[in-house]
Write a protein that binds this ligand. Structure first.
Ligand code: SF4
Length: 311
């Protein structure tokens, strides 16, 4: 079995709420460039900005809209409505804008989307930015993307280097596994060998049980078992880790790296050193790169992106 990392050889397309990529398309003509925080890493991806509210025919500036009903999901079920502050109903307009945006994302091949939380359209966990209220989540576009199986990343997490690192490694693992050809027990074991450390970090109890279950398999596995295994891991990969867990694993896997190579990496501090979000991300990126060069899996990041410019 190849002991190196799995390779995702694509130029990855990521959809993004246009207002988070610097476009001044919010109802009040504002926007933020959240990708600025990624620095040079930004050029590793192809970005596809969409604004469902603008694509629905509402201009900039415009009256803010809100969900009248339970949630954005209820709008698709025909129960909820979308209304502007002045009371104008815009339900069908916004549904069209969301469908147009989804169509654009699909045509670019994007399977992940960075969303602006707090919007009645793009929000996933909040549809308002007022105080600590959550509004009526998910938003109308957020609900549509969720149903379509998109890997959803909150734009605010791009501001923390370690949170972005965590989203990126889970995204790569998600996309590789989504399309992986697994047809027998041997291939299933090979995938588990590469994914188990990340799964253990995200949900130790589940991963230990899954490991025991796989070890006890006697017969060849059928298609349903394989698809169930795949879907369980894909769901787990949507779940963020924590700084504490990430730092613990960083040291564990760095110890493995030193044991296998007999080398240390410059710039990695001691086990008990204090690491904040920035220093942890810097060290993680260094270990990831060094592991790739040595052909060793860095357990917390099983999949490496090699951008294919020809897509
Ligand atoms: S949150 Fe979505 S709908 Fe609202 S301005 Fe941003 S991109 Fe447009």
């Amino acid at each position: 079995m190849d002991k190196g990392p799995l390779i995702l050889n694509v130029k990855l397309v990521i959809g993004i709420s246009a207002c988070c990529m610097g476009a001044h398309v919010r109802y009040n003509s504002k926007g933020w460039d959240m990708l600025m925080n990624l620095g040079r890493e930004k050029s590793e991806f192809v970005w596809c900005p969409v604004c469902p509210e603008v694509f629905s025919g509402m201009g900039v500036p415009r009256d803010p809209i809100h969900i009248s009903g339970e949630s954005g999901k209820s709008v698709w079920q025909g129960e909820g409505k979308i209304k502007s502050r002045s009371g104008k109903e815009l339900t069908e307009n916004l549904k069209t804008g969301c469908q147009v945006s989804l169509d654009i994302l699909k045509r670019t091949g994007a399977k992940a989307y960075i969303y602006m939380d707090g919007s009645p359209t793009c929000g996933v966990y909040r549809t308002t930015l007022k105080n600590k209220r959550t509004g009526k989540p998910p938003g109308v576009f957020g609900a549509l993307l969720h149903d379509e199986g998109y890997f959803l990343i909150p734009a605010t997490d791009l501001q923390s280097p370690v949170k972005w690192w965590d989203w990126k490694r889970r995204l790569l693992a998600f996309l590789w596994l989504q399309d992986a050809v697994i047809i027998n027990k041997r291939e299933l074991y090979e995938v588990w060998y590469k994914y188990k450390f990340l799964c253990q970090e995200l949900d130790e109890k589940w991963a230990r049980e899954k490991g025991r279950e796989l070890a006890a398999l006697k017969n060849e596995v059928d298609r349903d078992y394989i698809e169930n295994f795949r879907n369980e891991i894909l769901e787990l990969l949507r779940k963020p880790s924590t700084l504490n867990k990430i730092v613990n694993r960083l040291w564990k896997h760095y110890s493995h790296y030193r044991k296998v190579t007999g080398e240390t990496i410059e710039g990695i501090s001691g086990q008990d050193s204090f690491r904040n979000a920035t220093t942890a991300a810097r060290e993680l990126n260094k270990i990831e790169r060094a592991s790739e060069e040595k052909g060793i899996v860095f357990g917390t990041s099983p999949v490496i992106l090699r951008g294919n410019k020809n897509r």
